[in-house]
Design a protein around this ligand. Structure first.
Ligand code: ADP
Ligand code: ZN
Ligand code: MG
Length: 483
């Protein structure tokens, strides 16, 4: 029965741009994101990044923030959009306390970017507008309003209804987020409200419902899944889906009706008389094109081909650009050593080991600031001495921890912590001779084919060397001696 109803989904995604100042004034673009329910904290003092423009005092005049325009064009270029040659801003009129002017400056007729694509999902438009302030209703029998966010540059992206299920919608939003981070135009952190998703959902191309304020990827998925089932149930009963805006109640895990939808007529759009129209030159587009870095999808493909890493590892590296950059730095150090003849080995196992350490060990030492305070050169050295067995893998973890703590060279740390494994055959050979002499029974068992006896003998060698024997080399020597 499931495919009797074909879901159709289109997304509208708002993203706060990471500019220094607001969209139309010189106020800092720093909404000082308050905690969970919008209650300002000590760091989130309300109404400090405000001026006559963003609080709409009579006679104040807006000025366009060029950086914000460039950011949106970059997003458009990264998403294969056409860029408008001639465009302008419009006023969208409505009343709400968090909108001091009584209108929002936005783009309606002529978005900066249009007709793009990401994977097989068409992007209808990307335009630029301003964010609104924040209303706070949960303090008692009054409401508060904070205008720090009013006038923050806000990019709106609208897809065509090309999405077919909740998982695909979530993936699309995640891919977009990563692209915006790579472009450096927004951190697009959904938890901080820097990226906000609305989903339009219909079944069999019938009446669509808009679900607003989806503030995490998980909620995007859940809300769409819920809405598909809700609409199915209505259609099963021969009912009619109402054209409305719904919200997501996270405690009940369901959508709820918020209001019956306005049409664009209700907003009485007209072009913004206080701002000049924009002419976007071919040269500007060319210049911005050169500022677009290698994007996640391309990087992923290249990493798989160039470094022969499994897709899962590549995914992690590419999802955290700073890890990918560090990884490539370490690989180029290792390559340089190989070329200089300092080390002699195949590069591939070193690459693999580097990737594994970065993926599994680094998260233990890196804070939210995404700063790596060790050098690629030192890391490459650690990888090399681990690979050749100078230190054990538990030793390597200890060294890495110390490197992150003190920034010291791995060789220094190995020295001062006495972590060097005994790989010297002569030294190990003496120890092993003694073990063979003193343990005739296990030696006998091994000769009869008992593998556990070999493990036992290696264990003795480890103990005798106080844990510093290289177990692989100890193993080889024992086997050789007992042949
Ligand atoms: P409206 O005029 O009601 O705002 P639009 O056609 O402008 O509707 O589209 C708004 C969003 O709704 C877009 O993301 C679009 O992809 C999506 N959409 C359009 N038609 C449908 C549909 N039948 N089902 C689901 N989403 C749709
Ligand atoms: Zn201002
Ligand atoms: Mg909008």
């Amino acid at each position: 029965m499931a495919n009797k109803y074909e879901p159709t989904i289109g997304l509208e995604i708002h993203v706060e741009l990471k500019t220094k100042t607001k969209m139309f004034c010189a106020c800092l673009n720093d909404p000082l994101v308050p905690t969970v329910v919008g209650i300002p904290t000590e760091v989130g003092k309300p109404n400090i990044n405000i001026c006559s423009v963003c609080t709409a005092q009579p006679g104040s005049m807006p000025v366009i923030n060029e950086k914000a325009i460039y950011s949106v064009i970059k997003a458009g270029l990264a998403l294969n959009c056409k860029i408008a040659e001639h465009t302008w801003f419009e006023r969208k009129n409505y009343f709400y306390p968090d909108l001091p002017k009584g209108y929002q400056i936005t783009q309606f007729e002529s978005p900066l970017c249009y007709e793009g694509k990401l994977d097989n999902i068409r992007i209808r438009r990307i335009h630029l507008e301003e964010d609104v302030g924040k209303s706070i209703h949960d303090k008692g029998d009054y409401s508060l309003v904070d205008y720090n966010r009013a006038g923050v540059p806000l990019m709106e992206l609208v897809t065509e209804p090309d999405i077919r299920n909740a998982g695909q919608a979530k993936k699309f939003a995640q891919d977009l987020q990563l692209i915006f981070k790579y472009l450096g135009i927004s951190d697009a952190d959904m938890e901080k409200g820097q990226m906000r998703v609305e989903a339009n959902i219909s079944l069999n191309m019938g009446t669509k419902v808009e679900v607003k304020n989806l503030n995490s990827f998980r909620v995007v998925e859940k809300a769409i899944e819920y809405e598909i089932i809700r609409q199915q149930a209505i259609l099963e009963e021969d009912g009619k889906v109402i054209h409305e805006t719904r919200g997501w109640d996270d405690s009940k895990q369901e959508t709820f009706s918020q209001r019956i939808k306005e049409t664009s007529d209700d907003y009485r759009y007209f072009s913004e008389p206080d701002l000049p129209p924009l002419e976007i030159s071919k040269n500007l587009i060319k210049e911005l094109q050169t500022e677009i870095p290698e994007l996640p999808f391309t990087k992923k493909k290249r990493f798989i081909e160039e470094y022969k890493l499994p897709e899962k590892s590549v995914e992690v590296l590419v999802n955290f650009k700073y890890l990918a950059d560090f990884f490539e730095g370490a690989v180029s150090e290792l390559k340089a050593w190989l070329e200089s003849g300092k080390i002699k080995t195949d590069i591939n196992p070193l690459i693999k080991l580097s990737a594994n350490y970065i993926i599994t060990e680094f998260p233990k030492f890196i804070s939210k600031t995404e700063e790596i305070n060790i050098t690629a050169e030192n890391f490459a050295e650690l990888i090399y001495i681990t690979f050749i067995g100078d230190i054990s893998s538990s030793g390597a973890q200890e060294v890495l921890k110390e490197m992150f703590k003190t920034g010291a060279d791995p060789s220094q740390i190995v020295e001062s912590k006495n972590l060097k494994q005994v790989s010297d055959e002569g030294e190990l050979s003496e120890i092993i001779d003694k073990i063979i002499k003193n343990n005739p029974q296990p030696v006998e068992d091994y000769k009869k084919g008992k593998e556990t006896a070999l493990q036992f003998l290696i264990g003795l060698a480890m103990r005798e060397s106080k844990g510093k024997a290289n177990p692989n080399i100890a193993r080889e020597i024992i086997i050789k001696k007992l042949k």
